[in-house]
Design a protein around this ligand. Structure first.
Ligand SMILES: Nc1nc2c(c(=O)[nH]1)N[C@H]1C(S)=C(S)[C@@H](COP(=O)(O)OP(=O)(O)OC[C@H]3O[C@@H](n4cnc5c(=O)[nH]c(N)nc54)[C@H](O)[C@@H]3O)O[C@H]1N2
Ligand SMILES: Nc1nc2c(c(=O)[nH]1)N[C@H]1C(S)=C(S)[C@@H](COP(=O)(O)OP(=O)(O)OC[C@H]3O[C@@H](n4cnc5c(=O)[nH]c(N)nc54)[C@H](O)[C@@H]3O)O[C@H]1N2
Ligand code: SF4
Ligand SMILES: [Mo]
Length: 888
């Protein structure tokens, strides 16, 4: 069966399951759904429909914007940074009026490819003039953790911080200064990069580092970031979302909603039912930490029933490549004794029954730049034999053996999903054009990398790679703005300045070789002084306590940190531990040009809401703060590396310097576009002026790996990770009991004790909801009324324990012994045996709260109970935990 015919199988033949939240049916109640909407696609063609879906103007909203303009409102396009997604918003200003909640309205930009349709974006003005917004620099006066501060001047704060940084660098070196943030690593590099510390370490271990590792294993470097490869959400016909909610908005939920209207099926596999799964979608409850056996079983069924696209696997993946049977190490031409580039990998050619080398071209760094499979080669998927006295087999054989261990029945026993559901989903997925989301938030159980490897990998078995409606590589907008960075011994400044800097690895990479940001390694360094001691920490825009698993461990480290500087806009718990708190601006106060992050096509946009901090608030841009600290500590580094050679005092001077650089870079981008194609730059500039965004590149399908290679050692997507096999991660970490195999081998979660079934012990899982949960909006009034600070419990468990909705319970971490109290919501939206609590929805313990904000203390922060276990290779933390529950 060809891919195309599978992808557009008539949906009349599909059964659509609906999950209902009646409070009576079981967690996966069924309800046939008929009368699917007429296919617009059949009228205007698939490509047209998708373009329509992605760019469809929201007529009602457009009409509203037009009406407001007639009534004297002015539209200021901006890029939302309430969560870092940069969705398109309009800040509508009432002309001639002083900015306030009433005279500036935040709305989605109706034509934008990534419309900011999300409650957090809408809350932005609640943040701008929030009564608790930090207004002046603060200096600690009490004990660390006590949250007692005095207000000081900017000069005093910057001078004192600079003096302390200088002293620390002089005695302990630059590496004793570490930095972390959620979305502001780019800002931090202006300081960390120019100072010369290797320790600018992001938040990924708490967020997406397991899904990064999964993509790295399958698609390789350069294709591992979230958003680089994606389902073609607009055109897909059957979307499998394993632990992915689309509550993240980012325009994705709007595009998926549109695809659903067009008849696409969406299946959510999650211990709790996310909002997206309300309505005509299927929710499949799964026991936490068991995604790997579920996905292996799907592929096993597909192979048994001959539904997998084996021709695609043979030609376009490393499935037929030969490896040593025992070690899984790839066989090279040198080892096979065949004449070719010694490092070339080898397949058995069916036609000639000879070993042939799969030659690639490489750049000077060793990355694959082109595939040069021998002409006419027909690789054998199932070869095994002996080469040079060593037993070899194909990657395919090893993977199939692994998958074959997971019959639907065995997978069912592990996951709690009925075997016939597994079989049905496998059949649907492989015959209805299934695409699996590659995942995002993935820091859960300590065994997550393997699951995410499979979420990417299952898309190879359908052959839908980089095809319309399949699993695709996104295009990117191609815009570069002035920045500072440092890596591999080279620093780069905003105007192309270069300098030599440390070649040393960041702390987390010393411990976790494939880490993409494990800041917990800094906590260990502070407390244990191993492998050396970090003495200063800068936190830029990160709640920390709602981010990092194991709150006690972190609090201990923050207390032991000699200098903690926090750049914030609100009095979050972390500032209680700070020595200095620096009030910062946020996106409504910035002037920027940026790419559009979450769209298939390449687009650019402007972010300029036209606001300054409210009256009485002395918040300043973070990069200004960094430049000034560096200038005061090491003036020559600020001058030579950043071109920051004299004191900048006023906001106006800063804007002239910084925004001037931004505008010059934008002009260069436009000029370059005009040079490449006359008039193109002018079109982009005009569209930015008119609607705030412009398309710069249309998604070209059928590129990867057919025309251009992926970032793996083979240049092809891989079903057995040659990166892991060659680095021998499994063996290296054998002593820790949990390495990272080249194949997605399942091990039960090691991060926390397994709760006893049908007892008072539970898994505790968390995630977001689309309305409120977010560190950014934790203190806003919408959160007070929309935020859910309870834990969810299934009615079966509630009945056994005699618990009802609204009852107060005490949770106790099985591993940590930490206790906390919250109320319960009894609901079918969570599976039996698991509790669900929203991240960022309560349990704030900051001391700096007036009584009318006491409600932010309600509920729990699930990190209190978590062990903080980190996967030994990729360094991703486990935010899930297990707890004992008792009614109080
Ligand atoms: N409203 C809101 N939206 C956000 C954010 C926010 O704070 N608030 N943050 C943004 C960020 S930083 C990110 S990374 C994205 C993340 O967006 P997503 O990747 O879609 O993740 P979440 O919405 O956190 O949902 C995670 C889900 O995983 C489930 N889960 C937990 N453990 C397991 C398990 O073992 N197996 C399976 N199958 N499921 C499990 C949880 O129940 C939860 O529903 O959202 C972004 N958007
Ligand atoms: N239990 C649980 N834990 C989780 C998750 C979960 O689902 N459940 N999700 C994980 C994920 S995916 C992530 S990404 C992390 C995110 O964890 P955090 O890093 O805490 O992310 P945010 O919620 O974005 O918090 C942003 C912080 O920056 C501040 N801020 C906002 N704008 C600005 C600005 O312009 N400048 C400055 N200086 N500050 C600003 C806000 O006040 C807020 O304190 O948490 C992870 N932890
Ligand atoms: S998803 Fe919401 S909070 Fe995040 S950038 Fe988009 S509108 Fe803003
Ligand atoms: Mo995240």
């Amino acid at each position: 069966m060809s891919f195309t015919s599978r992808r557009f199988a008539p949906h009349e033949e599909r059964t659509t399951m609906t999950t209902q939240n009646t409070g009576k049916s079981g967690p996966s109640g069924q309800n046939g759904q008929h009368g699917l909407p007429v296919q617009r696609r059949t009228l205007i063609g698939a490509a047209g429909a998708a373009a329509f879906a992605a760019s469809m103007p929201w007529t009602a909203l457009e009409a509203e914007v037009a009406r407001m303009k007639e009534e004297g409102w002015e539209a200021h396009p901006c890029a939302c940074n309430m969560c870092g997604g940069y969705c398109g918003l309009l800040a509508m200003h009432k002309k001639g009026e002083k900015p306030s909640q009433q005279t500036v309205k935040i709305m989605p930009n109706p034509t934008h490819p990534q419309r900011g349709c999300c409650a957090r974006g809408a809350s932005a003005m609640w943040m701008w003039n929030h009564p608790l917004r930090l207004k002046k620099p603060l200096k600690r006066v009490g004990e660390k953790g006590e949250g007692k501060f005095e207000e000081i001047s900017w000069d005093q704060a910057l001078d004192e911080i600079a003096a302390k940084v200088k002293a620390i660098v002089e005695t302990d070196g630059e590496r004793a200064v570490a930095m972390t943030s959620h979305n502001f690593s780019g800002f931090q590099k202006w300081f960390g990069g120019a100072l010369g510390t290797p320790n600018v370490i992001g938040h990924s271990s708490t967020c997406n580092s397991a899904s990064i590792m999964g993509r790295r294993m399958v698609f390789g470097k350069g294709f591992d970031g979230a958003g680089k490869v994606e389902p073609d959400y607009a055109r897909c016909r059957y979307l499998l979302a394993v632990g992915r909610t689309f509550n993240c908005a980012m325009g994705v939920s709007a595009v998926v909603a549109r695809a659903r209207e067009d008849g696409a099926r969406v299946v959510f596999v999650d211990p709790r039912q996310p909002e997206g799964a309300l309505g005509n979608c299927e929710w499949v409850p799964i026991r936490p930490g068991t995604d790997t056996p579920f996905l292996l079983s799907l592929i096993n069924v597909a192979m048994e029933e001959n539904l997998a696209d084996l021709a695609f696997l043979a030609k376009w993946t490393n499935a037929p490549y030969l490896v040593e049977k025992a070690s899984m190490k790839p066989l090279t031409a040198a080892a096979a004794g065949i004449s070719a580039e010694a490092s070339a990998y080898v397949v058995m050619d069916k036609a000639t029954a000879k070993l042939v080398p799969m030659v690639v071209t490489k750049d000077e760094k060793g990355s694959v730049t082109g595939l040069k499979d021998p002409e006419g080669v027909d690789p054998e998927l199932e070869y095994q034999g002996t080469v040079g006295g060593v037993e070899v087999t194909t990657a395919f054989n090893l993977f199939r053996e692994l998958a074959a261990q997971w019959s639907p029945e065995k997978a069912s026993a592990e996951t709690g999903i009925p075997a016939d559901t597994i079989v049905r989903i496998a059949r649907e997925f492989f015959t209805q054009g299934g695409v699996c989301d590659d995942g995002w938030y993935s820091s859960r159980n300590g065994n997550d990398c393997e699951a995410y490897q499979l979420m990417s990998m299952i898309n190879l078995f359908t052959g839908s790679l980089d095809r319309e409606g399949g699993f695709v590589v996104t295009q990117g907008g191609g815009l570069k703005m002035p920045s500072a960075s440092a890596s591999g011994g080279k620093g780069k400044g905003p105007k192309g300045q270069t300098w030599e800097t440390t070649k040393e690895k960041s702390l987390d990479k010393l411990v976790f070789p494939e880490s993409s940001g494990t800041f917990a390694s800094v906590f260990e360094s502070v407390v244990e002084k191993k492998p050396y001691q970090v003495k200063a920490i800068f936190v830029t825009g990160s709640t920390m306590f709602h981010r990092e698993a194991n709150s006690d461990r972190m609090a201990k480290a923050l207390k032991a940190t000699e200098l903690l500087v926090v750049q914030e806009i609100l009095p979050h718990e972390v500032i209680d531990y700070a020595d200095y708190v620096l009030p910062s601006t946020f996106f409504l106060e910035w002037h920027e040009y940026a790419g559009v992050k979450w769209a298939l096509d390449g687009n650019v946009q402007i972010n300029d809401a036209g606001l300054n901090p409210p009256e009485g608030c002395e918040a300043r841009h973070e990069i200004w703060q960094f430049c000034e600290i560096l200038r005061r500590a090491f003036p020559e580094r600020a001058a030579e590396r950043l071109g920051y050679d004299k004191k900048i005092d006023t906001v106006e001077e800063w804007k002239a310097w910084f925004d001037g650089m931004t505008d010059a870079a934008w002009k260069k981008f436009i000029d370059g576009k005009n040079q490449a194609k006359p008039g193109e730059g002018d079109r982009i500039a005009a569209e930015i002026a008119e609607k705030g965004w412009a398309r710069t590149a249309v998604k070209k399908f059928g590129q990867y790996p057919y025309v251009k290679p992926f970032g793996t050692p083979t240049g092809k997507p891989e079903i057995l990770s040659f990166l892991c096999a060659e680095k021998d991660y499994h063996a290296k970490h054998a002593e820790s009991g949990h390495g990272l195999c080249a194949l997605p081998v399942y091990e039960a979660p090691k991060a926390y004790a397994q709760p006893k079934p049908r007892s008072d012990e539970f898994y505790l899982v968390s995630g977001k909801d689309s309305a409120s949960s977010s560190g950014v909006t934790l203190f806003t009034w919408p959160q007070k009324f929309l935020g859910d600070r309870t834990v969810w419990m299934n009615p079966v468990d509630a009945e056994r324990l005699g618990i009802e909705t609204g009852d107060m319970v005490e949770l106790e971490g099985l591993d940590t012994g930490v206790k906390g109290r919250t109320k319960v919501t009894v609901t079918n939206r969570v599976m039996p045996g698991a509790l669900f609590s929203h991240g960022f929805s309560g349990g704030v313990r900051t001391k700096n709260l007036p009584d009318n904000y006491a409600w932010v203390r309600e509920g729990i922060n699930s990190h209190w109970f978590a062990t903080g276990y980190a996967q030994p290779v990729a360094g991703n933390l486990a935010n899930n935990s297990s707890v004992r529950v008792k009614r109080v």
